[in-house]
Design a protein around this ligand. Structure first.
Ligand SMILES: Nc1ncnc2c1ncn2[C@@H]1O[C@H](COP(=O)(O)OP(=O)(O)OP(=O)(O)O)[C@@H](O)[C@H]1O
Ligand SMILES: [Mg+2]
Length: 237
């Protein structure tokens, strides 16, 4: 059995809408994701998919419950510690790419590595170019985001998310903003990263076809796991 790379135990997320009005988004959720899994998270709008993904990626904290990433409990960490974990272990891709508009593709991909300072600048630039090659943008190093198509921008965002070799790659509807052909290319890229690099990938998607192609599909309704199925075989939630 592969190692549990991400573990959620009794996670509850409440929102305080006003002093005495609280909304429960996720009542009580426990879940293990294993190394090398390719997981699609689906569910209706407002079911808590983004909230769950943000908790998995340490961008949000549960009201109760615990989260372990790579064997380390991250729920107790302060913001400074969490920033380091996010830089080193989590690659996050948003629906909108959030690339830095005034920087070139290669500069955007270099950024997380410059923050981490594991390599010198020359090596960082080389690694960034290799990552852009891998996502099929070998001739777009110096283009700024505005000089790239939506699908190309999203591939730069994926290259950037991969920069520090994250333990988990998380995507929140990363193709929600793309036409179907570009979306398909991005999906193929996730599948290839998973297959060839054993990259653990967790993606929120509305795309039925993509969700069915992933190795595991978790369906959320009202912040609860309604089904959790593997290779087409449903397991009870
Ligand atoms: N900042 C906020 N203030 C108030 N309510 C919020 C806030 N963020 C999320 N919610 C509520 O939390 C619930 C879950 O939101 P979440 O964004 O996780 O859903 P989702 O499944 O990602 O939806 P979508 O498919 O539309 O992106 C929703 O009912 C939403 O209204
Ligand atoms: Mg969402």
């Amino acid at each position: 059995m592969a190692e549990s790379i991400l573990r959620l135990e009794g996670v509850r997320r409440e929102l305080e809408l006003s002093r005495d009005v609280r909304q429960t988004i996720i009542p009580n959720l426990s879940l293990d994701i294993f190394e090398g899994e390719f997981v699609a998270i689906t569910g209706p709008s407002g079911s808590g998919k983004s909230t769950l993904l943000y908790i998995m990626g340490g961008l949000d904290k549960p009201t109760f419950g615990k989260v372990w990433l790579d064997g380390q409990e991250i729920t107790g960490l302060d913001e400074a510690e969490m920033t380091i974990i996010r830089n080193q272990k989590i690659g996050f891709i948003y629906q909108f790419h959030f690339l830095l508009p005034e920087f070139s593709a290669v500069d955007n991909v270099m950024m997380p590595m410059l923050i981490r300072r594991k390599y010198g600048k020359k090596e960082i630039r080389e690694r960034a170019m290799q990552l852009l090659d891998m996502v099929g943008l070998d001739n777009k190093y110096t283009n700024k985001p505005s000089q790239l198509s939506g699908g190309q921008q999203q591939r730069v965002a994926i290259a950037r998310a991969l920069a520090n070799e994250p333990t988990v790659l998380l995507g929140d509807e990363p193709t929600g903003n793309l036409d179907s052909r570009s979306a398909n290319n991005v999906y193929e890229l996730f599948a290839r990263l998973n297959r060839e690099l054993n990259q653990t990938v967790i993606v929120v998607t509305h795309d039925e076809e993509f969700a069915n192609r992933a190795g595991r599909r978790i369906h959320l309704v009202d912040g609860k796991i309604e089904s959790d199925s593997q290779n087409g075989k449903a397991a009870s939630a």
